[in-house]
Design a protein around this ligand. Structure first.
Ligand code: AMP
Length: 397
């Protein structure tokens, strides 16, 4: 894996793909700058050695072209403060002005290009578009893990124009190293914890992880399709009828391969999807008709906790319940605590892929797990065993 530590950037003009897709308030101020902060070490390493940096990113989901609310100009001031330099801005990511600005860059200068997704060519992975971007620099660094699973112009296609002159930035390098450790260098017992709303989103990752783990824990809304598959009465709980058969197959596969498949024995139930409804507890094979399971119950919390703390490797993706509502947060909290305790006892724990990262942050466990990934879909696809275009494009010569 080639990283920016393998190169010296003196006099180089580095095209750096970052993920500056930050949330903006109504007045266009930045409400969470974590993604910008994450990219600073990579930018500064290049500048320190006397290189100049051309930053490329997307922001939001513009539909047909430029939209004020998705302009990267809103982050120029904050970025300038963080880097302690005047960041230049190209109001079009390609074209004569971007070229002129790029040509005028001196050592340590930073140029931010306007939102790449103002061109539909970006997401289409258009070759001509990526060629125009490539012409702006003489070295390519990818530091945007969140889009590594997309074969977009700036994340993958562009890399072919930089043979021998391309590498990963620090964010990408860290994400890949941690994911790699869990995927290929894990210690046993290895426990995967899968949660979240829909089993259909997680089937591929469950199947892929079944090849590796000792224990597979399944919680959250997706667990009820498994109980349906076992002939349970799940009341009004979330279910995906068209996935019942696949859940049966997973249960069988776990038996055949001697994998401990832990499903939640019980649930905290509610008569409505609300924090202010009638709340109960039920065995997951016998949830009353008018109730739905919105969190794992006390027995499941204990079983899951005991399995997790014994593990040496833990991968956690997806909450155990509707953790956004206080009445249904205890299952996710218990799992977060178990992952933290396992980590304190020497386990390597990776949390990521969307809402579980948010849950860990909400309950204050961020510093008590080994690594919280910034990647949602990218992390999922990595553990599904797919090659991520953003990674392959750097590794190919
Ligand atoms: P995902 O994005 O698939 O990881 O799903 C995360 C979402 O699943 C969160 O917003 C949770 O509120 C939701 N969720 C978790 N458990 C349940 C459940 N038992 N019923 C409905 N939604 C749930």
């Amino acid at each position: 894996m080639k990283t920016i530590d393998d190169f010296n950037f003196a006099n180089r003009k580095v095209l750096l793909r970052v993920d500056f897709n930050v949330p903006l308030n109504k007045d266009y101020s930045i409400s969470d700058d974590a993604r910008i902060l994450a990219a600073i070490p990579t930018i500064q390493k290049i500048r320190k050695e006397g290189g100049s940096v051309i930053l490329m990113s997307h922001l939001g989901r513009p539909k047909t072209g430029p939209e004020e609310k998705y302009s990267l100009i809103h982050i120029v001031k904050h970025l300038s403060n963080l880097l302690d330099c005047d960041v230049k801005f190209a109001p079009d990511c390609i074209g004569s002005e971007a070229s002129a600005l790029s040509s005028s860059l001196e050592a340590k200068d930073v140029l931010l290009l306007e939102n790449l997704r103002f061109y539909p060519e970006e997401e289409k992975g258009d070759l001509e578009f990526s060629k125009k971007l490539a012409a702006l620099g003489d070295f390519y660094v990818n530091d945007a893990f969140g889009t590594a699973h997309r074969a977009h112009a700036s994340t993958a296609v562009i890399a072919q124009f930089f043979s021998g002159n391309k590498c990963f930035g620090y964010v990408m390098a860290k994400e890949i190293a941690n994911a790699e450790k869990v995927m290929n260098n894990f210690e046993r017992p290895f426990t995967a914890i899968m949660g979240g709303a829909k089993v259909s989103d997680k089937l591929l990752i469950i199947e892929s992880l079944m090849e590796k783990v000792d224990t597979m824990i399944i919680g959250g809304g997706m667990a009820y399709t498994f109980f349906k598959a076992m002939g349970g009465n799940i009341g009004k709980s979330l279910v995906e009828e068209d996935r019942v058969q696949l859940c049966k197959e997973i249960i069988q596969k776990a038996k055949d391969n001697n994998i401990q498949l832990l499903l939640p024995h019980d649930s905290i139930t509610s008569n409505a999807f609300s924090n202010d409804a009638v709340i109960g507890e039920a065995d997951n094979m016998q949830i009353p008709e008018d109730m739905m399971g919105l969190d794992i119950g006390a027995m499941a919390r204990k079983t899951f906790f005991d399995a997790i703390v014994k593990s040496k490797t833990v991968l956690w993706n997806g909450p155990m319940g509707v953790f956004e509502m206080s009445n249904f947060e205890n299952g996710t909290k218990a799992v977060a605590l178990a992952v933290a305790e396992a980590t304190e006892k020497g386990a390597f724990s990776l949390v990521g892929g969307g809402d579980s990262a948010a849950a860990v942050a909400k309950f204050g466990f961020e510093d008590r797990v080994s690594y919280v990934s910034t990647g949602g879909g990218a992390l999922l696809e990595y553990f599904e065993g797919k090659a991520l275009p953003g990674i392959s494009a750097i590794n190919e010569e």
